[in-house]
Design a protein around this ligand. Sequence first.
Ligand SMILES: Nc1ncnc2c1ncn2[C@@H]1O[C@H](COP(=O)(O)OP(=O)(O)O)[C@@H](O)[C@H]1O
Ligand SMILES: [Mg+2]
Length: 400
Amino acid sequence: MNVSVPSRIGLNDLNALATRSSTVIERLRDRVYSPGSEKSLEISFNVRSAAEMVGRSEKLIRDAEADGRLPEPQKDPTTGRRTGYSLTQINQMRDVFGTRPYRADSDEAVVLAVQNFKGGVGKSTVVCHLAQFLALKGYRVCVVDCDSQASTTSMFGLNPDVDVEEDEDTLYPFFRHGGPPTLHYALRATYWPGIAMIPANLGLYDAEYEFAARMVRDQSFVLDRLRDGVNSIKDQFDVILLDPPPALGMISLSVLRAANALMIPAPPNNIDFGSTAHFLKMMTATLNEVAELGGARDYAFVKILATKMNDNKSAHIAIKRMMDAVFPQDMMQSILKDSAEIDNATANLRTVYEIGGPAARTETHKRCRAYLDAVGREAEILIRKTWPSHHADLRKEGIL
Ligand SMILES: Nc1ncnc2c1ncn2[C@@H]1O[C@H](COP(=O)(O)OP(=O)(O)O)[C@@H](O)[C@H]1O
Ligand SMILES: [Mg+2]
């Protein structure tokens, strides 16, 4: 009998596989974005939501529209009904009424790394949604994609292979010998008012090797390069969110050194929590080692966020309870529960905050939004607590 021996998979086959998977991504993007069009933000707010977001009554908004401090509200040309306000218009109201929640110049911008060396725990999901939550509140936000997998870059409507040049647009040139003196070259506005970003693509992975090679002769350059970069753009923002790669490499290490606050997403299941425990151990060991080499770093806050928690799984509940018992001070009170809404939104390269219209009126959506808002609010308070100029207001709000 002629038994065919399965052929071995060579480089050519792997290349073909890679090309085909790129095609899948391309098709997904084509489905999501009509050809040639750019992603845009289509959500709008009625006057009641506007009043709440701006912190002024509906009447004061109407008055300002009547006396010309604010533009006339837009109306649908056929029905004559008000079409609602965009986030840009809400921000305009905040400027007119002086209700921007900005930090004072004397407060330090929060550089928050959403860090865990494990992949798939929800880092990028938290970064994108937290950025948008804060932008909805009117803060000046910057998202730095430090992961060559670039999922956050894609969520912000950029095709990492097409819209992002590794030699010009990512952190990569800055990480190289003789690179630009600041990170301004890589900062770009996104279609979300109030969110700027530094995108990533696969080319950023080369920085891992180059950093590792350079570590031998130029340790302090490698360790603090990202920190210097972030400091060069910090003044323009209230919050800078760092989305690191899922590995303990040189880039992750420089993210830990660049941040002044940490959030650690950790799903309460055995394997992921085991790796989070491992992460905490490795992180402290590494930070201690690095401290001996180039000065210690401390953080305004370090918080563990339970993510992807499923209330129907007794193991999740048990592990979450254990986490609360072991880290009573360190856990965030809010939980980012497992939600089909997040998965579905991500599959369409969207966030839950970008879903409007009838799709936003389902129970699943509302529930998911409530989880995300709770995480956002808690993070916002942690952030504001680091700003002395906000303390009087926090006291008035009964928070401090
Ligand atoms: N709370 C959640 N509920 C459901 N799916 C989630 C949740 N958080 C993340 N996901 C999904 O899990 C996958 C990995 O999440 P991601 O944020 O990319 O992880 P990481 O950045 O840590 O690798 C994504 O497909 C995302 O949509
Ligand atoms: Mg990620």
